[in-house]
Write a new protein. Structure first.
Length: 286
């Protein structure tokens, strides 16, 4: 039977300000080893450097083709992060409103928590927006995240994609110049490539652009796979009981590997053989 997936969305916080550095309250329940992903949206006139201690997922001014740029960074939570109350992110801000969403996900791969980033845009006069993407999870249990943008102020969603995961919106905000941005996620089981991501918009006009940055949050353990055990077939010997002999019986040594439930080998202590003295029996005449 499959194990319970170890990766899961936990909590988020979001905020928006007029100008300057943006400060976001720590997500509830943050623990050491959790993955933190921050999604920032700001004017195309502005830039944001990679924050100290964080790693860039995506920070390219060409990703969002309207008047709003987007950037995504991640960090594996430390004890100092758990003790903090909030997190601040600097933007070289000259114009407009900044928005930010900070997401906490547990069970992420500690060394490489994200993969398979795909960016897509559509320019059209339609409320049904369709984006050609290519996102392929390595592990059979993952979380897919999407950072969406549309060149209008109207609401976004619902969301859908190939692979049919259930998408949930975490935040939706009006960014610079009435552009709308949102952060959504979906638990995903399998390694089939997602090739299309779509959402609806409440309003549209000729030349409107919509954009999406899609990526995979990797699990630390491929938890839906079955554990594999090594089969051992030792040879058993009967006690021969030959008179006037004290030959020792030989046994086949078997050293199996033991596995914990997450599929990792557990080191065990091997027992050493101890030699026992034998006694010669003397026949007694009756």
């Amino acid at each position: 039977m499959a194990n319970t997936p170890l990766i899961s969305y936990q909590s988020f916080n979001t905020t928006a300000i007029a100008e300057g550095a943006i400060t976001i309250t720590k997500p509830t329940g943050l623990a050491v080893g959790d993955g933190m992903f921050v999604f920032l949206a700001f004017s195309t006139s502005d830039t944001t450097p990679t924050p100290s201690g964080w790693t860039v997922v995506r920070n390219n001014s060409a990703d969002f083709n309207a008047s709003t740029d987007g950037a995504i960074f991640y960090k594996i939570a430390t004890s100092g992060d758990v003790a903090a109350s909030n997190f601040s992110f600097d933007v070289t801000d000259t114009v407009g409103q900044l928005t930010g969403t900070l997401v906490r996900i547990s069970g992420v791969d500690q060394s490489s928590p994200f993969e398979s980033v795909s960016v897509a845009t559509q320019t059209a006069n339609t409320t049904s927006r369709s984006h050609t993407v290519s996102v392929t999870p390595t592990n059979s249990t993952s979380i897919i995240m999407a950072f969406c943008s549309h060149q209008e102020q109207g609401a976004l969603g619902p969301y859908s994609s190939t692979g049919s995961p259930t998408w949930t919106e975490l935040s939706e905000q009006v960014a610079f110049s009435n552009n709308r941005v949102s952060v959504v996620y979906a638990p995903y089981t399998g390694t089939t490539t997602i090739t299309n991501f779509s959402f609806t918009v409440a309003q549209s006009a000729p030349g409107d652009t919509s954009d999406v940055i899609l990526f995979v949050v990797k699990t630390g353990v491929n938890s839906t796979d079955s554990n594999t055990f090594e089969e051992k077939s030792p040879t058993f010997f009967t006690q021969s009981g030959i008179a006037d002999s004290i030959d020792s019986t030989s046994f086949t040594e078997v050293s199996p590997e033991f596995f914990t439930q997450n599929g990792r080998i557990k080191t065990i202590t091997n027992w050493a053989n101890e030699t026992k003295p034998s006694t010669d029996w003397t026949n007694e005449t009756i």
